[in-house]
Design a protein around this ligand. Structure first.
Ligand code: SAH
Length: 350
C-alpha cells in the first residue's frame, strides 16, 4: 500500500530498507516544501532510481479536487476535495490585503457537535481525517499561493469538524506546517477553533503553548448557549471559563471568542452586557461572526443580525475595554463558508 510522502517515519523506514542515505530526505524536503514540486520525476536533485522508488511507494496527495471556485473579487477560493475513501471535505483560501493569506482547513469528515446553526452537523460524523489528509489541504493552498507569487501566512482550523476530537492528527498536521524545513509557519499564525476544549485543556496547553486558541462561545449564558450548542450540556460555561482561565494563566495568551450573531436568538442588547460581565478582566478578543445563512436555514428560522446591532454590541464591549472585531464576510458570491459546498454535493449524491 502506498503512503503519503509527508509521512516522514514511513519514508525513513523505506530509506533504511533500501539503503538510501538520510541526507536524501533533506533534498526531498527541499523539493516538496520549498519548491512545491508535486511530481516525483521532477525532483531532479535525487537519482532516478530513488525517484522510481518513491513513485512505487508514495503518493503526493490523498485528496482530489472535485470543485474549486474563486470569488469575483479574487479574495476567496473554496476547494471541495474528495478523499481516497470518497469523503467530501472543504478548505477555503482567504487572500487578505498585506499578504495575510489564510487557509481554513477541515479536520473531520464531518462533525459530531450538532451546533444548530451550522451546516456540517447535518452531515453527521463519518470519520477523523488522517494527519496527511489535513496537511494535504495546506500543501495544496500553499502551492496555489506560491504560483500567484504570494505565500501562505495563516492556517485556521475552522473548517469541518472539531479539532479536539481528532487531536493527534491535528497536532501532527500542525507540526508539519510549522517545521522550519517544511512550511516554517510560526505557531502563532495557526489557530485552532474549538467548542470541546474542556477535557483537552491540559494537553493543549502543554503541546500548543504558542498556537492561537479560538473558542466557539456564541452566547454569554447557558440557557441560550445550550439551545445553540448541545456541547454546553456536557461542559457548561462555568467549566469552560474555568479551564480557559488556567490556559491564560499558563500561556499569557489572548483567547479569541467567536460569537455568531443570529437575529432574535443571541443578539438582544442585554446579552452584550452579560458578555462583558463574562469576559471582563480576561485576556479576550471577541470575534463577532455575522450568521451565514445556508440552504436549510429556513427550517431553523435563523437569519443574520443586522450590522448596526453587531456594532452596538461592539460599542458596549469597547466601553468596558473588551476588544472585539466583526468578521468580514468574504465569500458571498461563491456560496458561503467552509461547509456549504460539501453540504450541497452530499445532498445531491443522496
Ligand atoms: N468545531 C470547531 C470548528 C469548526 S466551526 C468549533 O466549534 O469551533 C468554525 C466556526 O464557524 C465556529 O465558531 C462556528 O460556530 C462557526 N460557524 C458555524 N456555522 C456557521 C454559520 N452558519 N455562520 C457563521 N459561522 C458559523
Amino acid at each position: 500500500m502506498k503512503f503519503s510522502i509527508h509521512d516522514k517515519e514511513k519514508l525513513l523506514e523505506l530509506f533504511e530498507k533500501n539503503n538510501i542515505k538520510k541526507f536524501r530526505y533533506s533534498q526531498i524536503e527541499n523539493a516538496i516544501y520549498k519548491n512545491f514540486i508535486t511530481d516525483f520525476d521532477k525532483i531532479e536533485t535525487i537519482p532516478k532510481d530513488l525517484r522510481q522508488l518513491l513513485k512505487d511507494n508514495c503518493f503526493f496527495s490523498s485528496l482530489e479536487v472535485v470543485e474549486q471556485a474563486t470569488s469575483s473579487n479574487w479574495q476567496t477560493t473554496k476547494i471541495l476535495f474528495k478523499t481516497k475513501s470518497w469523503d467530501l471535505i472543504e478548505s477555503v483560501i482567504m487572500r487578505h490585503l498585506t499578504w495575510r493569506n489564510t487557509l481554513c482547513v477541515s479536520c473531520q469528515a464531518w462533525c459530531p457537535m450538532w451546533c444548530t446553526f451550522c451546516a456540517t452537523w447535518k452531515l453527521w460524523l463519518k470519520r477523523n481525517l488522517e494527519f496527511y489528509e489535513i496537511f494535504d489541504q495546506t500543501m495544496y493552498a500553499a502551492k496555489i499561493l506560491n504560483e500567484e507569487g504570494s505565500f501562505l501566512r495563516n492556517i485556521v482550523y475552522m473548517g469541518m469538524g472539531e479539532p479536539m476530537l481528532n487531536y493527534e492528527n491535528v497536532k501532527k498536521s500542525i507540526l508539519l506546517a510549522s517545521e522550519q524545513k517544511k512550511l516554517d509557519l510560526s505557531n502563532r499564525r495557526i489557530t485552532i477553533s474549538t467548542c470541546w476544549i474542556v477535557p483537552w485543556i491540559k494537553k493543549f496547553t502543554n503541546d500548543f503553548s504558542q498556537t492561537s486558541l479560538a473558542v466557539s462561545l456564541h452566547a454569554p449564558n447557558d440557557e441560550i448557549r445550550k439551545k445553540l450548542m448541545p456541547v454546553d450540556e456536557t461542559y457548561p460555561l462555568k467549566d469552560l471559563m474555568q479551564v480557559l482561565d488556567q490556559y491564560t494563566k499558563k500561556t499569557n495568551k489572548r483567547i479569541f471568542y467567536e460569537y455568531i450573531m443570529i437575529n432574535w436568538v443571541n443578539d438582544n442588547i442585554k446579552l452584550a452586557y452579560e458578555l462583558w460581565e463574562l469576559l471582563q478582566w480576561k485576556l479576550a478578543h471577541v470575534n463577532f461572526i455575522p450568521y451565514n445563512p445556508w440552504e436549510w436555514t429556513n427550517s431553523d428560522g435563523f437569519s443574520p443580525t443586522p450590522r448596526f446591532i453587531i456594532e452596538k454590541f461592539q460599542k458596549i464591549l469597547e466601553n468596558f475595554w473588551v476588544v472585539s472585531t466583526i468578521r468580514a464576510t468574504m465569500w458571498d458570491d461563491i456560496n458561503a463558508a467552509c461547509w456549504q459546498l460539501a453540504e450541497k454535493k452530499v445532498k445531491k449524491v443522496d
